[in-house]
Design a binder for this molecule. Structure first.
Ligand code: PGA
Length: 268
């Protein structure tokens, strides 16, 4: 088993066209040089139309950045108007694919079974799925958080539980915390990530210790360091604060400082 390398990922959602993406990435290239982020995996997830340009900038600037996509089709090439296949993403240099973000689940009726099949398709293409799970405000109020997380995770594990755990990423994103300026407390983030790890262990046993589980939802440069304090929180999925190079770099720096401290970079 290996130590878990923390991840900071920026989900741009439907923001920044390909010209703006190039500008942000070039600024990121300059700013990230001022931060020792070698202990982390840093990832950006631009819209589909930006991927080609983003991949060129990452290559030209030799940026230590992983390129991700926000969604992919579960299907092989075929008559699926408007969809993008995993093979197409792989050809563009994409390495990570967000699967089942709550906005896809809620606005585009992506159910647990589709999320699971998509995660399997991403793995089969040699890419890494970042499967998003998280409860709604009402579900939390009803005390159903763990039941929801268990249902969402179990569905995914049924399809990908036999995969190399180091190639799987899970993002715990409580829906009530997304884009609301109300992040979960570090204690709640840790509790949920620990629950997810224990649940994953039911399928993958000890391998669950290699699974990276991120927190997402209103992460900022101010709360980043505290959100990753928990032993089971392996980084952050950042939305709004990833759109500007300055704030994203500040988050990367805060998380890198945290894991750079003795014992943190190799914690299990
Ligand atoms: P937020 O979004 O950081 O803007 O809350 C996170 C996400 O949806 O991935």
């Amino acid at each position: 088993m290996t130590a878990r390398r923390p991840v900071v990922a920026g989900n741009w959602k439907m923001h920044l066209d390909h010209v703006e993406a190039v500008h942000v990435l070039q600024e990121l290239a300059l700013r990230l040089r001022t931060v020792d982020h070698a202990a982390l995996e840093v990832c950006v997830l631009p819209p589909f139309t930006d991927l080609r340009s983003a991949s060129s900038v990452i290559e030209a600037e030799r940026l230590d950045l992983v390129l991700g996509a926000q969604h992919a089709s579960e299907h092989d090439p075929g008559p699926y108007t408007g969809e993008v296949g995993v093979g197409m993403l792989a050809r563009l240099g994409v390495d990570v694919v967000l699967v089942g973000h709550s906005e896809r689940r809620r606005l585009y009726a992506m159910d647990d079974a589709t999320v699971a099949r998509t995660a399997a398709a991403v793995l089969a293409a040699g890419l890494r799925p970042m499967v998003c799970v998280g409860e709604l405000a009402d579900e939390r109020a009803e005390g159903a958080t763990e039941a929801v997380l268990a249902r969402q995770l179990d569905a995914a594990m049924a399809q990908v539980g036999a995969a190399d755990p180091a190639r799987l990423l899970i993002a715990y994103e409580p829906v009530w915390a997304i884009g609301t300026d109300t992040a979960a407390t570090p204690e709640d983030a840790q509790a949920a990530c620990a629950f997810l790890r224990a649940r994953a262990a039911m399928t993958m046993g000890e391998g669950a210790m290699d699974l990276r589980i991120l927190y997402g939802g209103s992460a900022t440069e101010d709360n980043a360091a505290s959100l990753v304090q928990g032993d089971d929180v392996d980084g952050l999925l950042v939305g709004g604060a990833s759109l500007a190079a300055a704030s994203f770099t500040a988050i990367v720096g805060a998380v890198a400082d945290c894991y750079g401290r003795a014992g943190r970079s190799t914690r299990r």
